[in-house]
Design a protein around this ligand. Sequence first.
Ligand code: ATP
Ligand code: MG
Length: 231
Amino acid sequence: MGGRVATETMVRVEDVHKSYGRGVAAVHALRGVSLEVRRGELVALKGRSGSGKTTLLNIVGGLDTPDRGRVEVDGKQLGELGESELLRLRRDRVGFVFQSFGLIPILTAAENVGVPLRLRRADPREREERVELLLSLVGLAGHAAQRPGELSGGQQQRVAIARALANRPALLIADEPTGQLDAETGHAVMELLRAVVRSEQATALVATHDATLLDLADRVLELRDGEITEH
Ligand SMILES: Nc1ncnc2c1ncn2[C@@H]1O[C@H](COP(=O)(O)OP(=O)(O)OP(=O)(O)O)[C@@H](O)[C@H]1O
Ligand SMILES: [Mg+2]
């Protein structure tokens, strides 16, 4: 592959279709979805349960492949990338926040945040500094040594966000990052996301029902039965 082409567009999805199962049992999760996210934008994705949000985020993040259509992330066509190139793109350019947090239970908060940096074999000094900065960014400087089981749900969510930001991802993908939080904590997490997208010059695509983020977003897209509409 040649070098990355620095375009204005961070994500371009063109006529993406995705079905699960076959025949009469087939579920058409995405029916010709197209969208574009420009660099620096925070785009919220809303839609009822089952409308295809997670399916779309997984496809944009290279965790799943479409049946049809094209997906471009950070100047690269995902369909043209080999397994190792896709892995590298996911590891170095994309940060994921899953609804279920996905933290490693036996590692401390600081160690969890440092995992992506270890995978990239970052210099240990650089890693420690970055982890410290991120933990304070998400308001958890005093909780570095606690394991996920010793943190509240909102704190675990913030650790997951810090981890997703560890490698300074060009693209942050978050799937209902406040789904399990109370309104007030959810509020704080969304404002944090908004601030981080600004301060780290990142781009974010966030599935959410949270009114706070819908307000803070640059744009809101809605999925309805696998099709997209813009608000
Ligand atoms: N692995 C799978 N196998 C079969 N069907 C699936 C699979 N994953 C998703 N689906 C179906 O695809 C549709 C879209 O699911 P998806 O998880 O993308 O929705 P969602 O918008 O994220 O919903 P929620 O808000 O509940 O998280 C649903 O009808 C779902 O049942
Ligand atoms: Mg979902």
